[in-house]
Design a binder for this molecule. Structure first.
Ligand code: 13P
Length: 237
């Protein structure tokens, strides 16, 4: 299973280093062999070797150049980073990233062989419009994306569930994941208000290959517990 922490604009460089160290020792001590990804803020990126894989929350489709405020491939190379998150709803909706821009990023980092966690998900008004409009909206987020890319991981994160404490029901998650799996056989994560209290149930669902956790992952002990849940589910299978 894949257990991923999106730290967003939280934790300083020093706090992140401590977080990664604590997580790494927990995984080793508890013999956790699941894939664990951590996406720190750009200024907290650092080289790390061990079980924890560090990824970038964002980067521009360039090696370097005149793109003020952006991070290029060269800057990720410096820390040995070859994992990236693309299409998060906060970048789509708050930072205004278009599907065209995401396709450019996707193709650029795909060419470089990066592991890409590609996020999709619908806002509340789309969900409320009914199943068909919702699936149409989500399908548009697959446009231009090579769904058979071998290093692709897809994360389904309903926008209305992010940071709100609201989640779809377990049945709803299972049913949408079943539909999404028809579009791509890439590992499919669920994200949106995953906490220690619901992680085990979500991870146990069919067609859920892991979780992408925001706020609850800021507590390293909570995130460690979720990694432990994933391991125990995998051990049972
Ligand atoms: P929350 O877990 O805070 O809802 O955030 C989810 C998320 O956006 C992960 O990418």
């Amino acid at each position: 299973m894949i257990i991923a922490a999106n730290l967003k604009t939280n934790l300083t460089r020093k706090q992140t280093a401590k977080y990664v160290d604590e997580l790494e020792s927990f995984l080793n001590k508890n013999k956790i062999s699941q894939e664990v990804l951590v996406f720190p803020a750009a200024s907290s990126l650092n080289a790390h070797s061990g079980k924890v894989v560090i990824g970038a929350q964002n980067a521009y489709a360039t090696v370097n150049g005149a793109f003020t405020g952006e991070t290029g491939k060269e800057h990720l190379d410096e820390f040995g980073i070859n994992t990236i998150l693309i299409g998060h709803s906060e970048r789509r909706h708050i930072l205004g990233e278009s599907q065209e821009e995401l396709i450019k990023k996707f193709n650029f980092y795909k060419e470089l062989g990066f592991k890409i966690v590609y996020c999709i998900g619908e806002p509340l008004e789309i969900r409320e419009a009914g199943h068909e409009p919702m699936m149409e909206y989500i399908s548009a987020q697959y446009e231009g994306i090579d769904v058979s890319y071998e290093n692709l991981i897809i994360a389904y994160e309903p926008v209305w569930a992010i940071g709100t404490g609201l989640t779809p029901t377990l049945e709803e998650i299972e049913s949408i994941h079943k539909e999404l799996k028809k579009k791509s056989s890439a590992p499919l994560l669920y994200g949106g208000s995953v906490k220690v209290t619901n992680a085990k149930d979500v991870l146990a669902l069919d067609n859920v290959d892991g979780i992408l956790v925001g706020s609850a992952a800021l507590y390293v002990d909570h995130f460690c517990t979720m990694c432990e849940y994933a391991q125990s589910i995998e051990n049972k299978n």
